[in-house]
Write a protein that binds this ligand. Structure first.
Ligand SMILES: CC(C)(COP(=O)(O)OP(=O)(O)OC[C@H]1O[C@@H](n2cnc3c(N)ncnc32)[C@H](O)[C@@H]1OP(=O)(O)O)[C@@H](O)C(=O)NCCC(=O)NCCS
Length: 173
């Protein structure tokens, strides 16, 4: 397996896997398949290409040159928020699960956040009933600080969202 930042050359493979993710795991993402199925390739390129200002990038994980998973890293640029990075849209293709792909993706994203000057925490949200993902985040050191009831509504059913944070280099105040 190999983890690297995605770029424009990955757009088609990303879109294929992203749509598969939205169809296969609708309760794991806030976007729906209908939201994204009509996206143009240009939109997808813009979405996955690392922003020049460092505000967003997407890591992909590859098995024999095939995209097998991804996670997005969002770094707010506003002064009061730029100490905190957000992770979103984590996915590993079913055929590659339980082989350390998710952990490798998460470790790459965490290392990326660590390397950004001034960043001291990472947050993410996960469907509260998603035991696999919660176990993964907790195994890396994320701690849950609350649950938002009914944050997501999928096919008329409400799902709670658990909020997680990973912090380092704490300062008083
Ligand atoms: C959650 C997800 C990314 C995990 O990816 P993965 O490649 O299978 O994860 P890994 O093999 O790296 O597992 C790492 C750890 O996660 C936990 N984990 C992963 N799958 C698990 C499962 N089915 N049951 C229990 N724990 C699980 C374990 O702690 C595991 O460590 P271990 O193998 O040493 O026990 C993957 O299941 C997935 O894409 N699910 C659908 C989309 C989704 O839920 N995304 C998260 C949105 S917040």
């Amino acid at each position: 397996m190999k983890v690297r930042l995605l770029d424009a050359t990955d757009a088609r493979a990303y879109q294929r896997l992203r749509l598969q993710a939205l169809q296969e795991s609708p309760t794991a993402f806030s976007a729906s398949h209908a939201d994204e199925v009509g996206r143009s390739l240009d939109d997808v390129v813009a979405r996955i290409t690392a922003a020049a200002d460092g505000s967003v990038c997407t890591f992909g994980i590859f098995e024999q040159d095939q995209l097998a998973g991804f996670v997005a890293v969002i770094h707010p640029q506003r002064e009061k928020l730029r100490h905190a990075v957000e992770l979103a849209g984590m996915y590993v293709a079913p055929s590659c699960r339980r082989r350390g792909f998710g952990r490798a993706l998460l470790q790459a994203a965490v290392a990326h956040a660590h390397a950004i000057a001034g960043v001291r925490q990472i947050r993410l949200g996960v469907n509260a009933s998603n035991a696999e993902a919660r176990a993964l985040y907790q195994s890396i050191g994320f701690t849950s600080y609350g649950v938002e009831p009914g944050a997501l509504q999928v096919d008329g059913m409400c799902h709670d969202e658990a909020h997680y944070v990973l912090r380092w280099g704490l300062v008083a105040g």
